[in-house]
Write a protein that binds this ligand. Sequence first.
Ligand code: DPM
Length: 358
Amino acid sequence: MSAETSAPDGKGKVSRVIRVGTRKSQLARIQTDSVAEKLKDLYPDLQLEIVGMTTTGDINLDTALSKIGEKSLFTKELETALERNEVDLVVHSLKDLPTTLPPGFTIGAVLMRENPHDAVVLHPKNRGKTLESLPENSVIGTSSLRRAAQLKKRFPNLSFKDIRGNLNTRLKKLDEKEDYAGIILAAAGLRRMGWEDRISQILGPEDCMYAVGQGALAVEVRAKDVDILEMVSVLHDRDTVLRCIAERAFLRELEGGCSVPVAVHTEVKEAQLYLTGAVYSLDGSDSLKETMQTSITAADTTPEDAVEPVQRAGVTAGKISGEAQANAEKLGVNLAKLLLSKGAKEILMVARQQNDAR
Ligand code: DPM
């Protein structure tokens, strides 16, 4: 244990100070506070201390995410703090966590996913409209290659332009200027910020499939810190974990990151896990999409048969069926292999080159 103190609670109990690392943006703080609150409910004796940090992704606010080219943009500084024992756990949006974590780290909890879809937020003057009903050549702000690729194909009458900055900055850029008719943001982030009333339209899978891990919060910890791993493991949501293992294994096998247009859709129905995955050229004219499924019925692990948990796509979930996790991971890998056999590598290679040349 890295930090142990006697709690001054008069009962002679030992409680522990847990330091929680977070980025300083409002969304990151809200996300971290919500996880800290859940931990506090589960372990009332816990003392939580929140440590705010600035990351590369927060500094390079004007460069499009897909152009900075560093996959661990928002996570590296936080991981350094974890490594140096300056914090004990870090809360992230799962979609910002690379599919391969640096050695020594693992995702110890994936919380129940919120709405994973993207949402359209319009300039106040366009209130009541949708992407279908906006005037010809309206400008939509997004720096996500994934969103732009899918929406360019579906809405050829709209035009797409980069927009950067944290959520507060983006909303300000939208409302206070006339540059954008609307912007595309994750519904989950908007809800967490309390801006749900700004959502004009939720984009279903036929319009825009979501990013790997979108809408789920993850807790990253030191892989060897068994006490903390055990403590945060109760936060895992079974369906979300299995969906996200499949999604992350898919992206990892494709060797994609936040700089390639890759999208997914997962569902759990009657103990089957369905994964749809797609890759796109930058303008969406070229694409490949397939769906596969697997069984996730296997019973969860009981304390008696617990074994040393393995990481699946960076996730450690010792209490969830090892067989179901293995199936989910295999599903992601197999779907990626199917797409690769149909030419996904070439589509992604061209997309990367075109993006680098932008
Ligand atoms: C990643 C992407 C974006 C974020 C790329 C993508 C959006 C970047 C942009 C990997 N991370 O989605 O294709 O629009 O220029 C991010 C957001 C959230 C986590 C904000 C958002 C909140 C929602 C969640 C940024 N990361 O996507 O609107 O927990 O999923």
